[in-house]
Design a protein around this ligand. Structure first.
Ligand SMILES: [Cu+2]
Length: 197
């Protein structure tokens, strides 16, 4: 081996070593932050009404992992896109979708009555349940999920809503697992959800 080859090898070894160290540190930090996130209390008791006028509580969700997303039916893009993505995941779950849950909780109870939710959810997977309730009940559940929302007036007297757009994955005991990633193939998302069945 020439001196030059040895030097190249050494540089390579140092680089790979540095890389390993770097990934080690990143995975340490990653592990720590997701642990830290899990100690934050997300979720809690609620009593709301679904799109069929049926009462739904956190107790009804026991025994099934479920996804929770907050939004409103007049949302121009984030909500319909998310509901479409969640529908794809539910479709990908096949019969297992009956053993999981997906909740769309409105932050706009003024317009999102049970009937409005039923009409809107007709375009998405039938496993999705839309939840509404009185403003106080919705404010409570939003607080439990650390969801921010705000009414924003529009020209002409209309209004829209600003809101947190995180999809939460909850386990079958109603405990928060992690934010649910929909930026991947529906099969991959379904496989993750299946782990919590
Ligand atoms: Cu939205």
């Amino acid at each position: 081996m020439t001196a030059r080859q040895t030097r190249v090898l050494l540089v390579c070894a140092a680089f790979v070593g540095g890389l390993t160290l770097c990934f080690g540190v990143i995975s340490l930090i990653g592990g720590f932050s997701s642990k830290a996130l899990q100690t934050v209390q997300i979720g809690g008791p609620f009593r709301l009404t679904d799109q069929n006028g049926k009462a739904v509580t956190d107790q009804d969700m026991k025994g099934k992992p479920f996804l929770v997303f907050f939004g409103f039916t007049h949302c121009p893009d984030v909500c319909p896109t998310t509901l479409f993505d969640v529908s794809e995941v539910l479709r990908s779950l096949g019969p297992d979708a009956n053993r999981a849950g997906a909740l769309f909780i409105t932050v706009d109870p003024e317009r999102d009555t049970a009937a409005a939710l039923k009409d809107y959810l007709g375009s998405f997977d039938p496993h999705l349940r839309g939840l509404t309730g009185d403003p106080e009940a919705l404010a409570t559940v939003a607080k439990e999920y650390r969801v921010y929302y705000r009414k924003v007036p529009l020209d002409g007297g209309d209004y829209t809503m600003d809101h947190t757009a995180i999809v939460y994955l909850m386990d079958k005991d109603g405990h928060f697992v992690s934010p649910f990633n929909l930026k991947r193939k529906p099969d991959a998302s379904a496989a993750e959800l299946r782990k919590y069945l």
